[in-house]
Design a protein around this ligand. Structure first.
Ligand SMILES: [Zn+2]
Ligand SMILES: [Zn+2]
Ligand SMILES: [Zn+2]
Length: 376
């Protein structure tokens, strides 16, 4: 039995519409003076407060005493070999024979300074969003004006812990008929155009299989089958309003807490790859944490003082227009690095020991095999 789409009176007049954008239509938002400041430019807007000037942090009275009290242990030949052996043993493809037998010819040591600036900032954007209206009461402008976005007090994550959270702005809600289903809660099924039945795919609607005299058993010879998209109902619950017919539009505050990192390592005379120096464990020499930190001015290494000025300026410039700086932390660490020159089976080469925990970097280890091709 065929069904005519026009027989399905409950859904025949439902229109098909594409999913609407998050922003509700203009007319919905008219006559709400408290949102004027929010709607300029449409869509997302960023708000930023003025920067507050806070107390200056203290640099040590004498850098030389700080430097004297810090001792980075010297790497001896024995330490250099042990570090290499423990590295080789931790790698499945390296043989420890070379590490035990190579001849260490020279140790070149250098202690580098690493400057780091971390800036923890908060930025806020507002956007319109909506949700299906459920039973809860709607907090609209009749209850008062919405607070300005930077006046909203929220629970902050711990300092330097990145996070993004969303909050509903008080008194910003308005309820409107669902724009997707025009308040019907359901709309016509696009799979069967509201008929509830579709052409049988097995017999392509011919009611019998090709070159077979008997009728198609998939559709019992009707040529049509129940629509699987709507289970034969011809309509579907509106996904936008979840069948609730009405939507609550409201302003959502999105807060992003982010860490920015600036890093500088003093130049090294060795040929150690720079990326090792960024991850190397260092000995902490100086640490300054405050709502705002100030450039280091008289550190014995001028490069570090300059890096501090540059880093603070870069972060302030990058963040000033779009975020509020909540906390800054600057540190100076000493990074020991040793270039080990060795001789093995007629060849000379180098490996590096870096960081206070003696990590090893070796570019061309003499006895290295791929797991897959080692012949046992
Ligand atoms: Zn359907
Ligand atoms: Zn069929
Ligand atoms: Zn709807």
């Amino acid at each position: 039995m065929d069904r005519d789409p026009s027989e399905d009176d409950s859904v025949a007049d439902l229109s098909f519409e594409a999913e609407s954008p998050v922003m509700p239509p203009d007319e919905l938002l008219e006559g709400l003076p408290s949102y004027d400041w929010l709607l300029q430019g449409r869509g997302r807007r960023v708000f930023f407060p003025s920067l507050e000037v806070l107390g200056r942090s203290q640099e040590p009275a004498s850098w030389s005493s700080v430097l004297e009290h810090s001792r980075v242990p010297v790497v001896t030949e024995e330490v250099a070999r042990e570090a290499l052996l423990s590295f080789v043993n931790s790698q499945c493809c390296y043989s420890s024979v070379a590490a035990g037998n190579l001849i260490i010819q020279e140790l070149r040591q250098q202690t580098l300074c690493r400057y780091r600036l971390e800036t923890f900032s908060e930025s806020r954007v507002s956007e319109w969003t909506f949700q299906p209206v459920t039973n809860h009461s709607v907090d609209g402008p009749q209850r008062g004006a919405s607070p300005r976005l930077w006046d909203m007090k929220v629970q902050m994550p711990p300092m330097f812990q990145e996070d993004t959270r969303k909050f509903q702005v008080p008194h910003s809600s308005l309820v409107k008929e669902c724009h997707k289903c025009h308040g019907r809660g359901r709309y016509k099924c696009s799979g069967c155009h509201g008929a509830g039945m579709v052409r049988c795919s097995s017999c392509s609607g011919t009611k019998r299989k090709a070159r077979q005299p008997r009728r198609c058993h998939m559709c019992s010879g009707s040529g049509r089958r129940r629509c699987s998209t709507c289970s034969g109902r011809g309509n579907k619950t509106c996904a936008t309003c979840k069948g609730e017919r009405k939507l609550e539009h409201f302003v959502q505050l999105v807060i992003m807490w982010k860490n920015s990192l600036f890093e500088f390592v003093s130049p090294n005379h060795l040929h150690c790859p720079r990326e090792l120096l960024a991850k190397a464990r260092g000995e902490n020499l100086f640490r300054d944490e405050n709502a705002t930190v100030y450039p280091i001015v008289d550190f014995p290494l001028r490069d570090i003082s300059l890096a501090s000025q540059r880093g603070i300026e870069e972060h302030n410039t990058a963040l000033a227009s779009r975020a509020r700086i909540l906390q800054q932390r600057q540190t100076i660490e000493l990074i020991p690095i040793t270039e080990v020159h060795y001789w093995y089976q007629g060849k000379t080469s180098v490996y590096y020991i870096y960081g206070t925990d003696h990590q090893v970097y070796v570019a061309d280890y003499p006895e290295r095999y791929c797991c897959g091709c080692t012949i046992l």
